[in-house]
Design a protein around this ligand. Structure first.
Ligand SMILES: Cc1cc2nc3c(=O)[nH]c(=O)nc-3n(C[C@H](O)[C@H](O)[C@H](O)COP(=O)(O)OP(=O)(O)OC[C@H]3O[C@@H](n4cnc5c(N)ncnc54)[C@H](O)[C@@H]3O)c2cc1C
Length: 539
């Protein structure tokens, strides 16, 4: 049996007021990778940090859950840049004390079914490029230019990320340099940039085949985010050995070793602010935890529209700023269990992206108008095939996950109902959507028909229930060009003692949110105190 066997897949310590230490140096709201990274790095510097998580387990979107003898992840299907000693890998190694291991996916890590054509992405910068050229031989020059733009955008992304560390006055001084160094194309929409390189709609569609990784089709998304994601996976996809719950499981000890704790069932009701400064938080049960330093990793919407007092938000000038950001779309998830192994069933370590055609924006538009229209994208992932430890924990079985977009509005009539008790009409709607998604799976892998032992469907209401995103957001804030130019989205806030972290302060993705955690810890501790630690982590 595996030594990674979790007893219940629930990690973290159940919150009780009497389990709190007499005082903490910082409180962190939310135990996603953003919050845990901030907490672990501060702990390494000797801070005593208390992480408060509303869910029954820690990890945020990196948590896993078990049911009916199977185990599924919810927000981690593949992670890039961890196959070599990159910055991403070094940070994961440091946070997890080297206990988190990574398994590579197949060289063909993403496969795109676009109408009746099939394209793919292959691991390795040269292999990726050559594979694109092999699929589109007439477009070699456009593909080479695209690869150059990816490199340029990636350099700019690092500079923009670091700029978030600056204090407002430093930022003001740096603005002319930043403007000079920032190429205009990074804030253009992805389609515009690609259309300037090529007129081949299938090439554009193949290059944008991962748009589901940030939830916005090419005519709406900023090229910068497209480029960051494409670069992130350029050397292939990797899966955490033992399942995605291992991410939080391996990081939490660092927080505990410094005297801190990660509490679950710990919903923060309010961030307490007086005279423009944070004083602590009020918990759902009414208990108050005093602390002059609070980090929110619960997302921008929750922080500013739910947790902070209205007058504190207005007084610090955030009302106007909030109009420039909007929630991303929700999603449906299908969690499937089979009584045979991935090998027996012929499941690949490749993600499937299934599209009705090459005009992604038109497909999204049609779907939002009419739920009966084809799904604009159906994503299929094979976690048990990717995890070399899965069979040790669940012998003789396999799992599959399907993700597809779904607007929160379709489910709004059941808002406020209790998970598992939302009524027959909700169950029926969910079942219809689930059956449609299962047809896509059988279409691509007909050998699975009749082999599925169990499946269940989640909706944006499930995301709201378990992860606290009020509109069931798949990726927090939408990655529009406008959002990316909001320089108030970063670790610092205009409220003394309040800090932000997580996907909304940089970009979505486990790595995006983890890097946000690094920026937040650095801004909080100060670059001078952080620098020896940075040397230790990154060499
Ligand atoms: C279906 C899906 C698939 C994905 N696939 C991938 C992938 O393959 N690769 C990848 O890199 N990324 C993927 N992502 C994105 C990635 O999981 C996220 O971008 C990242 O994990 C976000 O981390 P975070 O720390 O910012 O937020 P979260 O993980 O969302 O953490 C925020 C936490 O705050 C808690 N919280 C909220 N309100 C309160 C409150 N009032 N009190 C206490 N706690 C509160 C929530 O419960 C939650 O645990 C996927 C996401 C989804 C939804």
């Amino acid at each position: 049996m595996s030594n990674l066997q979790p007893s219940t897949l629930r990690i973290g310590r159940r919150y009780r007021p009497n389990r709190l230490a007499p005082a903490y140096d910082a409180l962190v709201i939310g135990s996603g990778i953003g919050g845990l990274t901030t907490a672990a790095l501060l702990s390494e510097l000797g801070w005593k940090v208390c992480v408060l998580e509303q869910h029954y387990t820690a990890g945020g979107y990196t948590h896993s859950y078990a049911r009916a003898g199977y185990e599924w992840d919810v927000g981690v299907h593949y992670i890039g840049d961890v196959g070599r000693k990159t910055r991403t890998r070094r940070l994961f190694d440091f946070l997890s004390g080297g206990r988190l291991e990574w398994a590579p996916m197949d060289a063909e890590y993403d496969r795109f079914y676009i109408g009746d054509k099939v394209f793919c992405a292959r691991a390795g910068k040269k292999e990726f490029r050559d594979n694109l050229v092999a699929q589109f031989p007439a477009e070699e020059a456009a593909i080479d230019r695209y690869m150059q733009l990816l490199a340029e955008a990636s350099g700019t992304a690092s500079m923009l990320g670091l700029e978030r560390l600056l204090k407002p006055w430093q930022r003001a001084l740096a603005t002319p340099y930043r403007k000079w160094k920032t190429p205009a194309f990074i804030y253009q929409n992805t389609y515009e940039v690609l259309r300037s390189l090529t007129a081949d709609p299938d090439l554009i569609a193949t290059i944008c085949g991962q748009w589901g990784d940030m939830g916005l089709p090419p005519k709406q998304s900023a090229f910068l985010v497209h480029a960051m994601i494409a670069r992130h996976y350029l050397h292939g996809g990797f899966y955490p050995v033992g399942g995605s719950w291992r991410i939080a499981d391996t990081i939490i000890p660092k927080i505990q070793q410094a005297g801190g704790e990660v509490f679950t069932y710990a919903r923060v009701k309010r961030i307490e602010v007086e005279n423009g400064a944070v004083h602590g938080v009020e918990m759902e049960g009414g208990h108050r935890i005093e602390c002059p330093c609070v980090v929110s990793s619960a997302g921008i919407d929750n922080t500013f529209n739910v947790l902070l007092p209205r007058n504190a938000v207005a007084k610090s000038g955030y009302n106007g700023a909030l109009k420039h950001v909007r929630p991303s779309i929700g999603h449906l998830g299908v969690y499937i269990g089979l009584q045979a192994t991935a090998e027996e069933l012929g499941l690949p370590r490749t993600n499937f992206w299934i599209y009705p055609g090459n005009d992604y924006d038109a497909a999204v538009e049609a779907f939002l108008q009419n739920p009966e229209a084809p799904f604009p994208v159906v994503y299929v992932s094979f976690p048990s095939a990717k995890d070399p430890d899965y069979l040790n924990r669940h012998p003789g079985t396999a799992t599959i996950e399907i993700v597809a977009p779904a607007p929160y509005e379709w489910f709004e009539q059941w808002q406020g109902t209790t998970w598992g008790k939302r009524g027959e009409d909700y169950e029926q709607f969910k079942a219809q959507l689930g059956e449609r998604l299962m047809r896509h799976l059988y279409d691509k892998l007909p050998q699975l028909e009749g082999r599925v032992d169990y499946y269940e469907v989640s909706t944006p209401l499930s995301t709201e229930w378990f992860s606290g995103y009020r509109r069931g957001e798949l990726y927090g804030l939408d990655h529009t060009p406008e959002r990316l130019q909001q320089d108030w989205l970063g670790p610092r806030t205009r409220i003394r003692g309040l800090w932000l972290t997580g996907q909304d302060t940089l970009t979505c993705g486990v790595t995006g949110a983890m890097m946000a955690g690094l920026l937040t810890a650095t801004a909080m501790a100060g670059a001078r105190r952080m620098s020896p630690l940075m040397k230790q982590i990154f060499g």
